[in-house]
Ligand binder design. Sequence first.
Ligand SMILES: [Zn+2]
Length: 280
Amino acid sequence: MSACTDDTTSTDKTKGQQDDSEKTEESEANTPDSDENEAEDTKKENSEPEQQEQDKEKVAEPVYKINENSSIVPIGEKGEEKTVLLTIDDAPDGHALEMAKTLKDLDAGAIFFVNGHFLEAPEEKEVLQKIHDMGFAIGNHTYNHVYLPDLPTDEQKVEITSLNDTVEDIIGEQPKFFRAPNGANTDFTKQLVKDEGMVAMNWTYGYDYFEPYMDAEKLTKAMITGKGPEVDVPQSLLKPGANLLMHDREWTAAALEDIVQGLRDQGYKIADPSLIQTVE
Ligand SMILES: [Zn+2]
């Protein structure tokens, strides 16, 4: 198992139920209304061959955005309110590919937040390529899964930009989403992430990194009810817009299908990350 320090430091945050430290400034991560421009661009691409290069990544018109609380919310009336976002952190370790296949079979989208230290061997790169080819969004979770506030700014920068370069070398495009390990950003990283063209987000709930929920059955129940009574979350955190944190872990991989089904059984739609507004 990887040394994901989310396990320890996120505990208090989850109990408090949001990443309060993020609330003040993250709204900036939401880009201004670029919908019309994108629609224009799409038309042009169809008529002007020289623009086809830019068309490699087909960007659909955004339907959702990530708000200052890391929730996913519809833009205007296009998106469905009763939607949740699935995210898989610390990938691709031992289970990400299996998790991607499970989600693909269920036609459920997700963002895989990856670390550079999992992307060094050729076979690891191949796994990332496969996950990307299956249509999943790839997010930046720093190169070494470090606690960013402990680093000088030049090293914070390298943690983020070197991973963007690594991901681009493998899949041909840079991540559009960023999540800091432990949800711990700094003023410097907040600005850098924007400058790098990424939307930053933390999460609204997740349980797979707490010992009582390192079990597929218990985790499934916690994720689909939103409740984690064994870690002092007696109330449900499942609600429209919830941003669900999961990890590349054995028990999470085993629970994933039942989690998706359980959410859908309650009328929740699983968001397609390609419909989330990104920084242009
Ligand atoms: Zn992590």
